[in-house]
Design a protein around this ligand. Sequence first.
Ligand SMILES: Cn1cnc(CNC(=O)c2cc(-c3ccc(F)cc3)cc(O)c2O)c1
Ligand SMILES: [Mg+2]
Length: 216
Amino acid sequence: SGTSRPVRILHHVQKVAQYGDAQSVLSAVDSYCSKIEWAMNVGDLKGQILDAVVLETRPHYVLELGTYCGYSTVRIARLLPPGARLFSIEMNPQYAQVAREIIQHAGLDVDILVGCTSDLIPQLKKKLDIEKFDFVFIDHWKVSYLRDTKLLECDLLRPGSVLLADNVTCPGAPDYLHYMRTSPRYESQYFPSRLEYLSRGGGGALPGIKLLLNVT
Ligand SMILES: Cn1cnc(CNC(=O)c2cc(-c3ccc(F)cc3)cc(O)c2O)c1
Ligand SMILES: [Mg+2]
């Protein structure tokens, strides 16, 4: 097929979701990825955990690592009060462009920064006139979670900042998980869940590898 999976998701959103209606955009992505083809969006089950943490934190400055198609970006942005700012970093320019169009279709305003987190995080203070992030959603390369968290600790976090990370057990970010559970800087909480789009009735293609995961 000539198009990429993110582009097919974008086309589905543009076809079935109501312009300016963030919830219909989320529902369109979730129905496509549970019925037609799996994709690594955080999904609706873990998305409800994300929603709860955002609502409880009421953040003003938010950073997301790993935009992909913008699904979690829309999930977060739709819950922020006016005046709050959301920045999302994506390394893949094609993903970033799809995300911009999905976020636009949802009627939301987000700054997508294209580049590698290890390059961009140290530049954020200078680039954006913000002090600290109140909330960070981490969902990019699992091997980069710990490295990038330590970069954030150099003056982009404050006492009370909340970090929420997807996939710490599946596919896994064991070094990050151990660090957060043992560092005196953090109180850690683990939310058991299931991999996105697995509890499936319909057909649809699963990701490349056979998913025989006993995911807790
Ligand atoms: C290419 N790329 C750009 N960003 C990233 C970072 N995200 C992931 O790697 C990621 C992977 C999986 C996943 C994949 C296959 C499988 F069998 C089970 C789980 C789930 C997720 O929620 C993820 O966030 C990857
Ligand atoms: Mg993920």
